[in-house]
Ligand binder design. Structure first.
Ligand code: AMP
Ligand code: GLY
Length: 421
């Protein structure tokens, strides 16, 4: 089978790595890919937001299955265009991807399905939003309605911060994404992510993870796309997973189907857990990055079978073979990230890293120049390892970090702090 993966980050490198473990894959192309992905697959320079261009490429290259990694092409309707052209696609339709692309839409679905989540109000007018904030008081959470590259959420501990966020959002800081705003009750608790494959009818949980969103040790510093993750997340016990499936996932999927926009693909369920109860923080319509990296290392070759079962609407008969293992990924980022950072600095030591079924250094933002690897983004590498225990996985992941010679990079040294001494 010929497979195309859309995307070029650490998430897509891990998807490519897992797909290649499976003998069903004859040929793999990743668009646009990166220097790490180029070591294991062909990379193609495509505009992945242009479904017509991607479809033409798939015709020309006899592609049998397309896996869409990031949210932007999903929100742009690329999955719909490719399905309409007759291709087998992993990823939700544009309408179903609104579960990520519009916070107000997610809240509407929670209301209709009874899924537990934070109380909220929805505004299209700054003065009304401010009046609401003054009445509710802080802490309070202000969210730009649309996609804002992870930057559209302000958890305001002070009322003034929330009011400023309203001015920024309606002032155009997030463009169209901020033209509407959702204001939410602040939820306390421990966050965890739950990943469920869906095919419009059935739903199959494929793993749990915990991310580390703040840039620096001790959960200090600005919010990022994620600085490290591990799987499984012990806080999401089997009982709690069952509760989340019954109270949140199944009701959401039923409501999406009732509206004529069934959800297919992976549903990333972001949860807040307190006193043994889980409430929904957000949905994403794709795998998390870097959560995908730990899930793929744990799932290995079966990941392709599972993604295909989702795309072919066969999840009812699909099963996950769980290993009793743990995985951790540590993100190496360019100094300055998530603010301004330098590109083009030289990374050494990558050739010396072992690549086995229990340790892989996935590339998130690299390019190659006359044989050298250069940093080409904010998050650059993901040292990812598996072990019988999380402590073992951590040891292997940080050993990879130690072997990489990149003075312009940094990482958190405390990934896993919640559960490891
Ligand atoms: P989101 O993009 O909706 O996931 O929000 C980004 C981050 O903001 C989440 O991962 C949480 O850490 C935090 N957050 C979002 N909504 C809330 C809430 N209602 N209460 C507390 N924290 C929240
Ligand atoms: N790591 C968080 C996300 O992918 O949204």
């Amino acid at each position: 089978m010929n497979i195309l993966i859309l995307g070029g980050g650490g998430r897509e490198h891990s998807l490519a790595w897992a797909v290649l473990q499976n003998p069903k894959c004859d040929k793999l192309i990743v668009a646009p890919g990166n220097a790490g992905i180029a070591k294991i697959a062909e990379c193609a320079d495509l505009d992945i937001l242009d479904g017509v261009e991607v479809g033409g490429f798939c015709d020309a290259n006899a592609i049998d299955f397309i896996i869409i990694g990031p949210e932007a092409p999903l929100a742009a309707g690329v999955a719909d265009q490719l399905r309409d052209a007759g291709f087998l696609v992993f990823g939700p339709s544009k309408e179903a991807a609104r579960l990520e692309a519009s916070k107000a839409f997610t809240k509407e679905i929670c209301d209709a399905s009874g899924a537990p989540t934070a109380g909220y109000a929805h505004f299209t007018d700054a003065e009304a939003a401010k009046t609401y904030i003054r009445a509710e008081g802080a802490p309070i959470v202000v969210k730009a309605d649309g996609l804002a590259a992870g930057k559209g959420v302000i958890v305001a501990m002070e009322e003034a911060e929330a009011l400023t966020a309203i001015d920024d959002m309606f002032g155009g800081e997030f463009g169209e994404a901020g033209a509407e705003v959702v204001i939410e009750e602040f939820m306390e608790g421990e966050e965890a992510s739950f990943f469920v494959l869906c095919d419009g009818t059935d739903a199959l949980p494929i793993g749990t993870a915990q991310d580390h969103k703040r840039a620096h040790d001790g959960d200090e510093g600005p919010n990022t796309g994620g600085m490290g993750a591990y799987s499984p997340a012990p806080v999401l016990t089997e009982t709690l997973q069952e509760q989340v499936m019954q109270q949140i996932v199944h009701p959401t999927l039923a409501e999406m189907t009732r509206r004529g926009t069934p959800y297919e693909g992976v549903l990333y369920v972001g949860l807040m857990i307190k006193d043994g109860q889980a409430r929904l923080v957000e949905y994403n319509c794709r795998f998390g990055d870097p959560e995908c990296q730990v899930l793929m290392l744990r799932l290995g070759a079966q990941a392709l079978d599972l993604l295909m079962a989702s795309a072919e609407k066969r999840l009812g008969e699909a099963r996950v073979n769980w290993a009793d293992d743990h995985a951790m990924t540590v993100v190496l980022a360019a100094k300055g990230y998530p603010g301004a950072y330098e590109k083009g600095t030289v990374i050494k030591g990558l050739e010396s890293l072992a690549e086995t079924s229990r340790e892989v250094c996935f590339h998130a933002g690299t390019r190659r120049d006359t044989g050298r690897f250069l940093a080409n983004g904010g998050r650059v590498l993901n040292a990812t390892a598996r072990g019988e225990t999380l402590a073992e996985a951590r040891e292997r992941a940080y050993a990879m970090i130690d072997a990489i010679d990149w003075p312009e990079g940094f990482c958190r040294t405390d990934i896993g702090w919640r559960i490891l001494p």
